[in-house]
Design a protein around this ligand. Sequence first.
Ligand SMILES: Cc1cc2nc3c(=O)[nH]c(=O)nc-3n(C[C@H](O)[C@H](O)[C@H](O)COP(=O)(O)O)c2cc1C
Length: 381
Amino acid sequence: MRLSQCHNFHDFRRMARRKLPAPIFNYIDGAADDEVTHRRNSAAFDSCDLVPKVLQGVGEVDLSTTVMGQKLALPFYCSPTALQKLFHRDGELAVARAANRYGTMFGVSSLGTTSLEEARRASTGPQVYQFYFHKDRGLNREMMARAKQAGVQVMMLTVDSITGGNRERDKRTGFAIPFRLTLAGMSQFALKPRWAIDYFTSGGFRLPQLDTHVDMGRGTMSISHYFTEMLDPTMSWDDVAAMVAEWGGHFCLKGIMDAEDARRAADIGCTGIVISNHGGRQLDGSRSAFDQLKEIVDAVGNRLDVMMDGGVQRGTHVLKALSLGAKAVGLGRYYLFPLAAAGRPGVELALELMRHEVERGMKLMGCTSIGQLTPENLRFR
Ligand SMILES: Cc1cc2nc3c(=O)[nH]c(=O)nc-3n(C[C@H](O)[C@H](O)[C@H](O)COP(=O)(O)O)c2cc1C
């Protein structure tokens, strides 16, 4: 299968599946428990329909938006995700360069395999640094100082991962960092020798955001250990308020689902929130971000920038979210499968297709700017 045969999310997913060892494909594709929330994330967009206006004069369409002070050429961005060099040898750099080319924002994860500084050098566009709250307050302060020094524009604290989700596909394959594969998982790696050669010649596995504090190499620390031992489950609103004040710039909470929580985020000085259930990878049975969007926009849309992610696979999904008041929409698996399938050209093609779909959709809706999309464009069934 070739990149030229990819026309949508499902094509990229199929191509990634052919390239990746099954444990890695399932790490990306999978979610928590019965994966109900994961399925609902995309299905939620089908619970309403777009109502187009015609004869509006749509020669030129402006797709730009501004979130947390960052001007984006497109109303969607690459949400931070972990371990990208496992998916393609260029990892985060491929994503940073592709996002830069399309004038949009990208995130680097605390569990990224490229340093936030190196990613910063690969793009002149806005960069988000996604981090978790550690028991070691010194480490939290050090990470913020490092991000500031590197020129990161937006700090994004993920608040939906106070403990790890139950990813049963990973248990079955033995996917863990460092690898602790089951026999079945190991045989899946043997079936993809090209991936293995690429991976083992690409310079080894590192987590540069954490490697001063986490020793992955000698196997004394694992990612599951990182979640259970190093992250602080007592994290509270007061802790986060102190971090927001210390950062002194754009600060965003990722993983807000409740309107009252959204108000508290505004109260402590956040300039953005991402409504998200982490791609269904944490609390299965959680509502979809799209289903919660209107309630939260009504509560805080005039106080901070509301974004959402989860299940976005089509330009019309983006249009529906924007119509309900999202300022921009995050993409996860939508760019990860193209990354796995073909590296930077894959991510660029995915962004290009999404740009076309959003632009075409705007024209068919009779809208020439994002601001013209309103709840009036939608009807729920
Ligand atoms: C493989 C994978 C790794 C992820 N790693 C992180 C992470 O390190 N930090 C984080 O805040 N979110 C992480 N996420 C969640 C994404 O940022 C985003 O919220 C989610 O993927 C959106 O759902 P979607 O994949 O359906 O678009 C990850 C998601 C996936 C699929």
